[in-house]
Design a binder for this molecule. Structure first.
Ligand SMILES: O=C(CO)COP(=O)(O)O
Length: 249
């Protein structure tokens, strides 16, 4: 099964309008890339980025979505609004939202479903903390995080989804999982999905995230079950992000 690699940049709460223009200009050079490229800026920059990227083929994603549909939910942004703007993807269950905003497996499952119902492709993030890794609980944690979404959405829903393995201890720390460590978890995740439906599991893209840089991306992306990356800090530099995208080809 050949899967089209996906490299998605997660700006988190960074960036200003001038970055939108710089990135737009730099990423249009990836027009003929074999990898799919997506950028997930903060909400206010979604519309300007959609305009800046034009017909470059670079996709846009949001970093969060409401569990609710449109209505009296002050401060929330619905999947329908994001799709309306031209978003294709939305990140759900990022470890920062789990840890800082109390998002549990149940809420992540609700957001995953809502994203799909609103016309978006969820990028479901899973990953263990350092304590969980040291306790030998890595596989148990990531399989639980995926299974809780499987329970509410069903395996069929994963045909229109992406899963990102992001070990919490590797996020923003400069300490990347080794290609072998990442591959081991990716293989376990694919096996968990294959136990439900082998063909869905063979098609789904599993991204690695956590201190991916241009100098470690190629080795990570060369692993058989790593189908691209979810890039934080390095996605804020147009040159660095472009180099990572090229490494996924
Ligand atoms: O959290 C991440 C992407 O969602 C990874 O962040 P860094 O690439 O900065 O480690």
């Amino acid at each position: 099964m050949t899967r089209t690699p996906l490299v998605a940049g997660n700006w988190k709460m960074n960036g200003r309008l001038d970055m939108v223009g710089a990135l737009g200009a730099s990423l249009s050079g990836l027009r003929n890339s074999r990898a799919e490229v997506a950028v997930c800026p903060p909400f206010p920059y979604l519309a300007p980025l959609v305009r800046a990227l034009g017909d470059s083929g670079v996709q846009i994603g949001a970093q969060n979505v409401s569990r609710h549909q449109d209505g009296a939910f002050t401060g929330e942004v619905s999947a329908e609004m994001l799709a309306d703007l031209g978003c294709r993807y939305v990140i759900v269950g990022h470890s920062e939202r789990r840890a800082l905003y109390g998002e549990d497996d149940e809420l992540v499952g609700e957001k995953f479903l809502r994203a799909q119902q609103g016309g978006l492709i969820p990028i479901l993030c899973v990953g263990e903390t350092l304590r969980e890794r040291e306790a030998g609980e890595t596989e148990q944690v990531v399989v639980r995080q995926v299974s809780s979404v499987l329970d509410v959405a069903g395996i069929g829903a994963f045909d229109q989804a992406v899963v990102a393995y992001e070990p919490v201890w590797a996020i923003g720390t400069g300490e990347t999982a080794t290609p072998e460590q990442a591959q081991e978890v990716h293989a376990r995740l694919r096996a968990a999905l294959a136990a439900e439906d082998a063909s869905v599991a063979s098609r789904i893209r599993l991204l690695y995230g956590g201190s991916v840089k241009s100098d470690n991306a190629a080795l990570l992306f060369a692993q058989p079950d790593i189908d691209g990356g979810l890039i934080g800090g390095a996605s804020l530099s147009a040159d660095e992000f472009s180099a990572i995208c090229l490494a996924a080809e």
